[in-house]
Ligand binder design. Structure first.
Ligand code: ADP
Ligand code: ZN
Ligand code: MG
Length: 500
């Protein structure tokens, strides 16, 4: 868990304060199918504007939508991974509104019969688990993109807006939670957990920066411990995990202050500005849209039979929650280690591969490398584990050498760096640099005798009861062997010699 917030909610360890937050999130995920939701145009993030459009996604009269089967499979995967019921029949509705980025003047979405409903996601907060109810998972299509000319990119400082319809019709999933989230920190962890699951499912690239993962946050405030819910506001433009948390923290403070003054909260949509770290109103309920939803007459109900659902279920991999459980229970890994390994799909796969190679005994060492030195290296170079050039097999042979005593763990660190920099196998590095650990007792005895005779005063201090003096002597042996002496062996021989 990161970033303690300065809000004193009842879930924080500190004394309960007057108000607590009630939060529900609405998350949009663009699916990474090859083609759009209702036509054959390719998805093309970053392509030349308006080069991936057709009469269907431009909403020209007389065209008919055809449902993308792969998008449905992807959506069902998400629904199942979030423990939802997949509804045997779901309906596409038209959501009517007018905006220049939407060619048809309605968006095809789902309304009262969504694809999936009634699920949950368990969010691990370290010291407790927050179960967040998933109200619904539904399918819709994305809109086009407006680009406001001028350097600021803001509509108010722009002479013209141009529209790119490449994104129009991209398959979009909306995931709505129950108002079960109690702190801004929980909201952030929920979104991280949701993103990890969707990345495991391989159905979206979930980039908040590029907009393929977008989250709107609803929040109200109520007296701590009371039942019922206050009037909520909805915050938009939260395009990073940090902004989601910050925006909610700010809004919690704003609403709490209003209640404290005896004022009312106005139900409205607010825009988060990360520069000023505040929210400002966009529109209030009186201006809220009336979307005039009605079933799209061009689309038949989407029927999901149990056979089809079972087939999709069988393609779902082991998910982060299950992995964490397995790592803890079967491999006895610490909670935090298990969580770190399972959070990222590629890291978990890498670790699973190590488990196959190494077997149970040496697995803790692999876990420590992957979450320790290896993670630090990847972080420094900002590369992913798969791009590191260090195969699971190479890491495992390094671990075998440490565990087998042929290199010291100190030397192992430098071997690892060399592996990472020069993409060499550990055995090769150890051989060419002559780094093999010295475990020959005769050889070590000779060096130890020498060190004791040169430092006879220090040796005497040890014999007189200054225990710490042995550290200096061992240090001398390590220096003479350039760190290659087997430290456990040096220690035991040294003790024997000093006490004799
Ligand atoms: P709307 O009608 O404004 O779309 P919904 O009932 O559909 O509201 O809920 C939208 C989101 O807001 C959901 O995630 C829901 O959990 C959350 N929500 C609803 N009421 C509240 C409330 N009083 N406080 C905080 N969140 C709420
Ligand atoms: Zn098209
Ligand atoms: Mg709603």
């Amino acid at each position: 868990m990161t970033g303690m917030n300065n809000i004193k909610n009842s879930n924080n360890a500190e004394a309960p304060t007057k108000y607590e937050a009630v939060i529900g999130l609405e998350t949009h995920v663009e699916l990474s199918t090859n083609t759009k939701m209702f036509c054959g145009c390719a998805l093309s993030f970053g392509a030349e504007p308006n080069t991936h459009t057709c009469p269907v996604c431009l909403g020209l009269p007389g065209t008919l939508p055809v449902i993308n089967a792969r998008a449905v499979q992807f959506a069902v995967k998400i629904g199942l991974a979030l423990n939802c019921t997949i509804n045997a029949s779901s309906i596409f509705h038209r959501k009517n509104y007018f905006y220049p980025d939407m060619p048809k003047n309605y968006q095809i979405s789902q309304y009262d019969k969504p694809l999936a409903s009634n699920g949950f996601l368990d969010v691990d907060m370290g010291s407790y688990v927050r179960r967040v109810g998933i109200t619904r998972v539904h399918m819709e299509e994305d809109t086009g993109k407006l680009i406001h000319t001028g350097s600021s990119g803001r509509i108010s400082e722009s002479d013209a807006s141009i529209v790119d319809f490449n994104r129009a019709g991209t398959p979009l999933i909306e995931i709505v939670t129950e108002p079960d989230i109690k702190t801004p920190a929980e909201a952030k962890e929920y979104l991280i957990a949701l993103r990890n699951i969707i990345l495991y499912l391989d159905v979206s690239d979930c980039s908040m920066e590029q907009g393929s993962l977008r989250c709107d946050a609803n929040i109200s405030v109520k007296p701590a411990g009371s039942s019922g819910m206050g009037t909520k506001t909805e915050i938009k433009n939260l395009n990073s995990f940090r902004f989601l948390q910050r925006g909610l923290e700010h809004e919690f403070e704003r609403q709490s202050a209003l209640l404290e003054e005896g004022k009312k909260i106005i139900q409205q949509t607010r825009h988060y500005d990360h520069i000023t770290d505040t929210t400002k109103p966009l529109r209030s309920k009186e201006e809220a849209h009336d979307y005039r939803y009605f079933p799209d007459p061009d689309l038949v109900p989407l029927i999901m039979d149990t056979g089809a659902i079972e087939e999709i279920k069988s393609t779902i991999p082991e998910l982060p929650g299950q992995k964490i459980k397995r790592y803890r229970e079967s491999f006895s890994l610490a909670d935090e280690t298990a969580r770190l390994l399972a959070a990222d799909k590629d890291t978990a796969q890498y670790f699973d591969r190590c488990a196959e190679i190494l077997g149970r005994d040496k697995l803790k060492a692999a876990a420590n490398w992957i979450t320790g030195d290896f993670a630090a290296y990847l972080n420094k170079k900002s590369v992913k584990i798969n791009q590191s050039g260090i195969s699971a097999r190479s890491l495992c042979s390094l671990i075998e050498m440490i565990e087998g005593g042929s290199i010291s763990s100190k030397i192992a660190k430098s071997v690892f760096e060399e592996m990472a920099e020069n993409k060499k196998e550990p055995a090769e590095i150890i051989k060419s640099k002559n780094l093999e650990q010295v475990s020959d007792e005769g050889e070590l005895e000779k060096i130890i005798d020498e060190v004791i005779s040169v430092n006879s005063e220090v040796a005497q201090q040890f014999r007189n009861g200054k225990d710490k003096a042995i550290g200096f002597l061992i240090g001398q042996v390590m220096a003479k062997t350039k760190g290659k002496a087997n430290p456990a062996l040096v220690n035991s021989i040294m003790l024997k010699k000093l006490k004799s």
